[in-house]
Design a protein around this ligand. Structure first.
Ligand SMILES: NC(=O)c1ccc[n+]([C@@H]2O[C@H](COP(=O)([O-])OP(=O)(O)OC[C@H]3O[C@@H](n4cnc5c(N)ncnc54)[C@H](OP(=O)(O)O)[C@@H]3O)[C@@H](O)[C@H]2O)c1
Length: 296
């Protein structure tokens, strides 16, 4: 029996990946979601999880551990993400909302569930090529963790702020892999789905916007010939790639951690220079531990 635990499965890329997981035989799936109550079928459960609250993350982790008993997790997918309209909104604990949801909550969840991961299991963290200034001009060139947790007027805004939180996902994935390398054969994958049109990342899609996406997609496809990061993919394709990576159907070359969907094809480039910086990895690990109340 395979066990999958997943965040961000109720919409967009995660919902498309979930369809692949739901079709698997002998598979238990636990979904952490804000809205629970959907009946997903035997062995599939939605449990309450609001990533904007570290208390909710701890409660979710405890209820997963209760449900698991002696069983272990084979696949942990940390996919949920937001891009708040501004950086003035705060999480339950007072951290900036996008940073808290995309990074801090997933950092805490990964660490709380680490002892429940099976040998040979996988942790997939959804990042973005927005983490990389060599790919998108607004990608972060420095890491100021304090300015992400509690922004000031000088802190990055909009897509730059979002990109910095996705850098945090990548830095966490690399740190996790480094820390696990000596103790276990748990694999970590940082997945970039690439620009994906039909999701709710920029807010729930209104009917006019839903109608617009198929019209503007060819335009982005054309720009994508010259600037691959602007190629607009679909949630169906991105979700399939996520599921295939998690299930090992698409394997990363040895020594690689970053899987990036570029114009619909999985590639395995180096993450940004800053993501590979050991000092940035260590600083984020340490400061995040302090923020969520864990030892390093
Ligand atoms: N779309 C793109 O172009 C793109 C590109 C690169 C990377 N990504 C990344 O891909 C991932 C999936 O995004 P998407 O585009 O599929 O967006 P989406 O359709 O908005 O899906 C986001 C998911 O995250 C969940 N979520 C958000 N806030 C939450 C919270 N406080 N507690 C629990 N769950 C929460 C949402 O749940 P609800 O149903 O409750 O809202 C939903 O399931 C994100 O990590 C995003 O950063 C997206």
């Amino acid at each position: 029996m395979r066990t999958i635990v997943m965040t961000g499965a109720t919409s967009g890329i995660g919902a498309a990946a979930l369809k692949h997981f739901m079709a698997l035989p002998d598979t238990n799936i636990f979904i952490g979601a804000r809205a629970v109550g959907d009946h997903l079928g035997q062995g599939k459960q939605q449990l309450p999880l609001d990533l904007s609250s570290l208390e909710s993350v701890r409660a979710f982790s405890t209820s997963i551990q209760k449900q698991l008993g002696d069983r272990k997790i084979d696949i942990l997918v940390l996919n949920a993400g937001i891009r708040a309209a501004d950086n003035k909104q705060r999480s339950a604990e007072g951290f900036e909302l996008t940073f808290a949801t995309n990074h801090l909550a997933h950092y805490l969840l990964a660490r709380l569930l680490l002892s429940n991961m099976a040998d040979g299991s996988k942790i997939v963290i959804t990042t973005s090529d927005a983490h990389n200034p060599a790919v998108v001009h607004f990608g972060p060139k420095t890491l100021d963790i304090g300015a992400l947790a509690r922004p000031t007027e000088e802190s990055p805004k909009g897509m730059a702020f979002y990109g910095a939180t996705k850098l945090c996902n990548l830095l966490t994935a690399i740190s996790l892999q480094d820390k696990l390398a000596t103790q276990s054969d748990i694999g970590v994958i940082a997945f970039n789905p690439g620009l994906t049109g039909n999701t709710s990342l920029m807010g729930k899609q209104s009917v006019p916007l839903k109608l617009m996406v198929p019209i503007i997609r060819p335009l982005f496809q054309m720009i994508g010939i010259f600037k691959p990061a602007f190629f607009m993919g679909t949630a169906k394709r991105s979700g399939k790639a996520l599921a295939e990576l998690a299930l090992g159907i698409a394997a990363l070359p040895k020594g690689r951690i970053y899987a990036s969907l570029v114009r619909g094809r999985l590639t395995f480039p180096n993450p940004s220079q800053l993501a590979q910086d050991k000092d940035a990895q260590d600083r984020l690990w340490k400061e995040s531990a302090a923020m969520v109340g864990l030892d390093i």
